[in-house]
Design a protein around this ligand. Sequence first.
Ligand SMILES: NC(=O)c1ccc[n+]([C@@H]2O[C@H](COP(=O)([O-])OP(=O)(O)OC[C@H]3O[C@@H](n4cnc5c(N)ncnc54)[C@H](OP(=O)(O)O)[C@@H]3O)[C@@H](O)[C@H]2O)c1
Length: 234
Amino acid sequence: MDVKGKKALIFGGTSGIGLAAAKRLLDLGAEVTAISRNPDRVTDIPEGMKLKKCDVRDEAALQNLFAESAPFDIIVSAATGGDRAVGPFLEMDMAGFRASFDKMWGYANVVRYGAPHLSETGSIVLVSGAPARKIRPGQIAIGSVGGAVETFARSVAKELAPRRINVVSPGFIDTPMVSLQGAEREAFYAKTTAGNVIPRAGTPDEVAQAIVFLVTNDFVTGTTVDVDGGWLIS
Ligand SMILES: NC(=O)c1ccc[n+]([C@@H]2O[C@H](COP(=O)([O-])OP(=O)(O)OC[C@H]3O[C@@H](n4cnc5c(N)ncnc54)[C@H](OP(=O)(O)O)[C@@H]3O)[C@@H](O)[C@H]2O)c1
């Protein structure tokens, strides 16, 4: 797909990975709308990017947003959905474990209600995460969610054809998702990535490059691209 002049909706496009994907698509000439729960909080809005407010868990609001934006060619969802539970499963608060799946419900809502308005040559990209296939201690909730996202995309790809759907799976990426600052932040990423083949956190733009690849390459569907500094083989 040549994205020039194409209409793109980026859920979670106001921060981190989603914002980086929005910037790359804008640079390639797409008409980009970034959507999140609190778009008014964004300070770094690229020129030409539209903002809309919507919670991906709100099915009625999402259906309205799609109807008023239709037709469109590109959907990216990087919206985290809600709070994520971290820690050993056998000590886990089950409400927290269930809430971690808000990311999956959000992605499912976006595909269910967005696909009917997506052009025949359209493309969807979802974001999972390396714990989907290599879990570290304490990551059972996010690993389970990531696994669900990848299986979902593979499973729904045939129904969606000729439209395409793919997943990008990041490792540790330096985004506002981690609120630590300064030396504490540097120490966190140094520690968490020390065992990786590429021992550093990735940048949001390194993930956005993979998102753009999946949007633009018309021969790729139902698959996952890892952008993880070698986490899976480390
Ligand atoms: N950063 C990493 O290390 C990493 C690693 C693996 C996977 N991932 C995945 O990559 C995706 C993006 O992460 P990120 O690091 O870029 O996070 P981020 O910087 O915190 O951005 C998350 C975005 O999602 C939006 N959002 C969250 N819940 C939403 C909801 N219910 N409805 C609509 N928008 C919502 C946020 O805006 P509002 O708050 O305004 O809604 C924000 O724009 C997530 O799915 C995350 O799990 C990240």
